[in-house]
Design a protein around this ligand. Structure first.
Ligand SMILES: N[C@@H](CCC(=O)N[C@@H](CS)C(=O)NCC(=O)O)C(=O)O
Length: 203
């Protein structure tokens, strides 16, 4: 088994943090995104979408998409549970994981990809107005997240979950996007400090 990874990219880190929480070690192979190694014929044969992370099993089976890879490992090794236990918890973790990806990580990534000069070779065309258009969406969602965190320790409830992994990595990705969590979002700041203090956050 091998995980195609890219050390500085947010989506592969979602898998690395997930694996660290599970205590699972998988050999990593770095894909140099700056050198456009993911655009080569060889990598495209593995993942036609040309993105990392990608997991390749010993029999050659391929699983791309960070959350698909995490679900594979959750099924292989359920403990510690990170996608929830029981219908309600599973549903609420899924809801928050999707919100944190679609309403936070994705808009932050649009800001980064459409404004950072280093992304000009990978985001074609770069549309600076699209970066600007996403900024208020990020702030709005952080307000919603802050209000939710006022009454619980973790993103989806009382238990640390995959939603916390997505959320932590989204907030960390704000720095290269030249964004910051507003001072007023005290609950987001408290939660981010707590999840970042876990040993898995260093993965
Ligand atoms: N939805 C995918 C997103 C994967 C993705 O966008 N990966 C980025 C790195 S974080 C990538 O490979 N980018 C290649 C590029 O920018 O050309 C997932 O969750 O795995």
């Amino acid at each position: 088994m091998k995980l195609y990874d890219s050390a500085r990219a947010p989506n592969p880190r979602r898998v690395r943090v997930f694996l660290a929480e599970k205590g699972i070690t998988v050999p990593l192979e770095q894909v140099d995104l700056v050198a456009l190694a993911h655009k080569t014929e060889a990598f495209t044969a593995i993942n036609p979408i040309q993105r990392v992370p990608v997991l390749v099993l010993d029999d050659g089976a391929v699983i791309a998409e960070s959350m698909a890879i995490c679900r594979y490992f959750e099924a292989l090794q359920p403990e510690p549970v990170l996608f929830g236990r029981g219908a309600l918890e599973v549903g609420q973790i899924e809801m928050w994981n999707r919100w944190l990806e679609l309403q936070l990580l994705l808009p932050i990534s649009h800001v980064f990809r459409h404004s950072h000069p280093a992304m000009a070779t990978r985001e074609i065309p770069q549309v600076p107005a699209w970066a600007e258009a996403n900024k208020p969406r990020i702030e709005d969602f952080l307000g919603i997240f802050d209000r939710a965190l006022a009454s619980r320790p973790f993103a989806a409830g009382d238990r640390y979950s995959v939603a916390d992994i997505t959320g932590m990595i989204a907030v960390d990705f704000m720095k290269p996007a030249k964004l910051a969590v507003p001072e007023a979002c005290a609950h987001v700041r408290r939660w981010h400090a707590a999840v970042s203090a876990r040993p898995s956050a260093g993965a």
